[in-house]
Unconditional design. Structure first.
Length: 339
């Protein structure tokens, strides 16, 4: 593969992305806004928009139908796109082969940049190589921290799932857990596997992994319920996504179990459950930030040659714990759909 034409081969000295964004973003609206809207926008400095040429960026994720986590990722991406005068094209499919086809569609449309999740990186290797040959910069987000450099991506924005899992395991030790059911909603997703493996690495008790079909929530509920009835020694259910945590709470009730629930990821409904004590804590990887930085990173590269982490290090957006001690403050943002 000829890598000489890829963006990573033509880099200039790295600059911190946030500082560059502040320096390059102008206070006025984009040139396409015009008239009264421009005047209104100019009155609010925080609503500044770039006057750089219009770009088209494709955001391609492995979102499953009904998984609200990705709504937050998308909101962050849309916020960056609005600021940077970017047309954002969003598409998603949990099937890795179909996701690869969506990336190919973006290449065929000759977009200016692609942001992609790498839940199953091997399935996307070929099409990412095609984007490289076409001279289209590609950044990774959310899933694929272990593989983004192997696939020659420009930058990566997300959480180190192994580190997050290890932190989660230590938290379970602190709360006195003894036996954990770790519920994985998508078999073969490397990020989810790393989460459970990370928990097992630091947790001093026993971890029982359980695969479920995350696209069939009634089946998720019945599987967790059956497992809790079968093994009353399980004292914590660990889910790897907010919607599954809420379902696990129902399963605990149905099973007559005394198990507590903790989870990875966050949404506004989960905030309510933490406040109510139904869920003990959550690890927030800040999906809004992932979407925002991925799109903004492509704009910065095209307009100023910046690339976060110098192509050598990812930009980490988590982990951060949310529990009763800080849930009220985080809840203010979650209510807006941005945490």
């Amino acid at each position: 593969m000829d890598r000489s034409s890829h963006p990573r081969s033509r880099r200039i000295a790295p600059v911190v992305a946030v500082a560059a964004a502040a320096a390059l973003t102008l206070a006025g609206c984009s040139s396409s806004s015009g008239g009264k809207k421009s005047e209104e926008g100019a009155a609010n400095a925080s609503a500044g928009k770039a006057t750089t040429p219009r770009m088209t960026v494709a955001l391609v994720t492995h979102q499953a139908p009904g998984d609200t986590f990705w709504d937050t990722v998308r909101k962050g991406a849309e916020a960056a796109a609005a600021k940077d005068n970017i047309k954002l094209v969003y598409s998603a499919d949990p099937n890795a082969g179909n996701q690869a086809n969506l990336v190919q569609n973006a290449i065929d449309q000759k977009v200016d940049g692609i942001a992609v999740t790498l839940a199953k990186p091997d399935a996307l290797k070929g099409v990412i190589g095609k984007a490289e040959k076409a001279g289209i910069p590609v950044v990774g987000l959310n899933s694929g921290l272990s593989d983004w450099k192997k696939l020659n991506l420009l930058e990566f924005f997300g959480q180190d799932e192994s580190v997050a899992g290890e932190a989660f395991g230590k938290k379970l030790n602190e709360v006195g857990a003894k036996k954990v059911l770790c519920v994985m909603q998508e078999q073969g997703n490397v990020g989810l596997t790393q989460r459970c493996d990370g928990v097992a690495k630091t947790f001093e008790g026993k971890v029982d992994p359980q695969n479920v079909n995350g696209t069939d929530m009634p089946a998720v509920k019945s599987t967790i319920t059956a497992k809790l009835k079968q093994d009353p020694s399980i004292d914590y259910v660990v889910t790897l996504g907010a919607p599954f945590a809420l379902t696990a709470v129902q399963s605990v009730g149905d099973a007559g179990s005394k198990a507590k629930v903790a989870t990875f990821d966050l949404n506004k409904d989960l905030i309510k459950s933490i406040k109510a004590g139904d869920i003990q804590f959550a690890v927030d990887q800040q999906p809004y930030l992932q979407g925002y930085l991925a799109v903004d990173g492509l704009w910065l590269y095209k307009n100023n040659g910046n690339y976060s982490g110098g192509g050598e290090q990812p930009v980490l957006t988590g982990p951060a714990f949310v529990d009763k001690s800080n849930v009220d403050k985080i809840g203010e943002f979650a209510a807006k759909g941005t945490r």
